[in-house]
Design a protein. Structure first.
Length: 143
């Protein structure tokens, strides 16, 4: 019995490429989810710092704009993660099983979150040049 393995964990030798599913045995969906999560956390941090700094600081405006661009990048990768997740769901789960129901719930929650992010992007881009810092709530600042 082997207790330790010295072979590399990430290798593509002998694996076939499966398109959106990634390499055989190494799905593309899990690593793609890290980028949107990090982007959404960074946007929250940028926005809090921007609100605390207030309209009087140039850094507040830069963080507001930077957060918007990070949000756009995170949403773009979230779409890729959704596509690879959908393919994984179709090929990796059987209809009517608990695993498929769990995957469906996960997909519904993530699609809802992505729709909210897209709405926030539209609101941010429509008011990007009008604010010197992050508004407390994007939708309340419409004129």
């Amino acid at each position: 019995m082997r207790r330790f393995s010295m072979r590399p964990a990430i290798t593509v030798r002998g694996r076939s490429f499966k398109g959106l599913r990634g390499w055989a045995g190494k799905p593309s969906h899990p690593p793609l989810t890290d980028i949107p999560i990090a982007a959404y956390v960074l946007v929250a941090v940028f926005d809090v710092i921007s609100v605390i700094a207030g309209d009087g600081h140039d850094a507040a405006r830069d963080l507001w704009r930077g957060g918007t661009y990070v949000l756009v990048g995170g949403a773009a990768v979230a779409v890729l993660a959704a596509m690879t997740g959908f393919v994984d769901r179709l090929r990796s789960t059987d209809p009517g099983t608990q695993v498929r129901r769990t995957a469906n719930t996960h997909a519904a929650i993530m699609v809802s979150a992505t729709v909210l992010v897209v709405v926030e992007i539209v609101l941010r881009l429509s008011r990007l040049d009008e604010h010197a810092s992050t508004p407390a709530v994007s939708w309340c600042c419409r004129s």
